[in-house]
Unconditional design. Structure first.
Length: 321
């Protein structure tokens, strides 16, 4: 029986920090396929970029990282890859579709119900659909009707790559007549390889450790503590911030990976962070954001809405390595 694999990869802006690991894991998954397998790599952000089916070795030769930007047209992408597979009218094929995403749908023209109906049809053809997503979006996969055994939650870039490795191993078990559902060990592995958080509260001596020469930091409006953002968030902000001073304000949505927060750049070095209402903050959260670097001093003081960054006066905090 011939085998086909469609990789459906999220390339929205929030995937920027995971692009390298995504394609490394995709390569490892494709390499494990039989030589006669046919492979298609479709990517999506606010739009869907369909891939062509090629033989395994040709797919490996052409596989390369792509730019991550824009929103998440998840439902459109799922519908498109199923429709593309259906048009091939496969005969006696083993069909696998692997969806990799880190966020919920934000840009599709089609609805979740339409995507769910296409998934239902595909599963009636005995096609295998696997969903890899951060823990916050796996309920989306369940709502789409994907079996729990084929849904895998991951944390961070390394966890996502481990998830693709686990997909490879599950497929190998299936070829030998075993179960293709993810094991408990595979589920643990994809959640335990996340990089440690870099959010470190400011210390009583007035310093905040940071890990990169250039960093974006926020100030807790309740305590005045200064928190560096994780590296992937800094990368997203810097990508949006390059040479566009005349186009402010600029919005950077961080999605479920970072409290559904949004960064609103007001200049090349300052911004506001907003978050949606929660039981703890019924009106939503707002905090000051500032660009810094190792060795720089930031100043905070109590303003009308809580602690904020200021240029003069206030309490000094040194960003230390």
């Amino acid at each position: 029986m011939s085998e086909t694999l469609t990789l459906c990869i999220d390339q929205s802006g929030s995937m920027c920090s995971m692009t390298t690991e995504t394609y490394a894991g995709a390569r490892e998954l494709i390499e494990a396929l039989p030589e006669t397998a046919q492979v298609s790599v479709t990517t999506f952000n606010s739009n869907v970029t369909p891939g062509e089916f090629t033989m395994r070795d040709e797919a490996l030769a052409s596989l390369s990282e792509r730019v991550a930007n824009g929103g998440t047209a998840l439902y459109d992408a799922i519908i498109d890859v199923i429709n593309a597979q259906e048009r091939r009218k496969p005969q006696s094929e083993s069909v696998s579709i692997v969806v990799v995403t880190d966020g919920m749908d934000t840009a599709s023209r089609k609805t979740r119900d339409e995507a769910k109906e296409r998934i239902r049809w595909a599963q009636e053809q005995n096609w295998r659909i696997t969903f890899l997503g951060t823990s916050g979006v796996t309920p989306t996969a369940q709502a789409l009707g994907i079996p729990t055994g084929r849904i895998l939650a991951y944390e961070g870039a390394q966890g996502m790559r481990q998830g693709l490795n686990s997909t490879r191993d599950a497929s190998s078990r299936g070829r030998c007549g075993g179960s293709e559902e993810f094991t408990a060990n595979e589920r643990r592995a994809s959640m335990q390889t996340a990089a440690p958080s870099r959010r470190v509260a400011s210390t009583p001596c007035g310093t905040t450790p940071v890990t990169n020469p250039t960093v974006w930091v926020s100030v807790d409006p309740r305590t005045g503590d200064v928190h560096p953002y994780p590296e992937w968030v800094c990368t997203l902000i810097e990508t949006a911030n390059r040479g566009v001073d005349t186009n402010y304000p600029i919005t950077v949505a961080l999605g479920t990976r970072f409290f559904n927060a949004t960064i609103h750049l007001v200049s090349s070095t300052s911004a506001k962070q907003t978050t949606a209402p929660t039981p703890q903050t019924p009106g939503g959260g707002v905090r000051d954001v500032k660009k810094g670097r190792v060795g720089a001093t930031v100043r905070v003081t109590m303003g009308p809405h809580g602690y904020e960054f200021v240029e003069q006066g206030g309490r000094c905090i040194v960003l230390t390595a």
